[in-house]
Design a protein around this ligand. Structure first.
Ligand SMILES: [Zn+2]
Length: 234
């Protein structure tokens, strides 16, 4: 892995300052209802991902790249299949929990296509779900185990729930959205993250002359690694 080409920092944007098409897809700050009728406010602060290379090279945790959280197919809005792409800033919290889960079970966790971040415009986004916050992940395989049986799904559901009371899963069963019978739905709930580097502006209007964004400062591990002392080349 070439550290010089790896992105050093992530760019945080206020989705109110994105163009009309993106705002209409991401719907920052809007209220949406879950399948119980409870209302949740959609995230406003997103990481802007410049290219596929950046997505591949950015690690959100030791074993999870940013790219794994934005794998979508034609069910996602076409604009969100093009770079720059956007993912809510809570996604790194999900990566942290998945990393702990991976260590707990001792097996790799394969996030499915459409299995992590899904925008409100995604065809699977009928109600609010934490997938729209970047805080849920679906996986159909751990290590070499395809999760096709009740036994396997319940085994990993139990492990996920044992990890933390922050994690919920869908019980094994046949009703899509309420149950899962071919995957584990690993769910942290409706977490929104505001990175410390951005100023929370009360104005929920596009800032035409002065878009609101910030670059995350290097985190501790980056600062300690000798490679990060090198000046990135353009
Ligand atoms: Zn799910």
């Amino acid at each position: 892995m070439s550290d010089l080409s790896a992105p050093q920092v992530l760019k945080v944007v206020d989705a109110f300052d994105l163009d009309d098409e993106l705002r209409s897809i991401l719907r920052p700050g809007e209220m949406v209802r879950d399948d119980q009728g409870r209302r949740h406010r959609l995230p406003r602060y997103f990481y802007e991902i410049a290219s596929h290379e950046v997505a591949m090279q950015t690690r959100l945790s030791q074993n999870f790249s940013l790219n794994e959280f934005i794998l979508v197919d034609l069910k996602e809005a076409p604009r969100l299949q093009q770079y720059p792409r956007y993912v809510p800033c809570a996604v790194r919290t999900l990566a942290f929990y998945l990393q702990q889960f991976r260590a707990m079970i001792g097996l790799s966790v394969h996030i499915a296509v459409n299995g992590a971040y899904r925008s409100p415009a995604h065809k699977l986004s009928q109600h609010a779900t934490p997938h729209m916050w970047g805080t849920a992940a679906d996986f159909y395989r751990v290590g070499n185990n395809i999760l096709k049986t009740k036994e396997l799904i319940e085994k990993y559901n139990d492990a996920a729930e044992d990890l933390s009371a922050d994690v919920t899963v869908l019980p094994y069963g046949p009703v899509p959205g309420k149950n899962a019978d071919d995957h584990v739905h690993f769910d942290l709930g409706y977490i929104t993250v505001v990175p410390r580097e951005i100023s929370e502006d009360r104005m929920e209007q596009p800032q035409e002359s002065r878009p609101r964004f910030a670059f995350e400062e290097r985190r501790r591990k980056d600062r300690r690694s000798p490679e990060s002392e090198e000046v990135p080349t353009k």
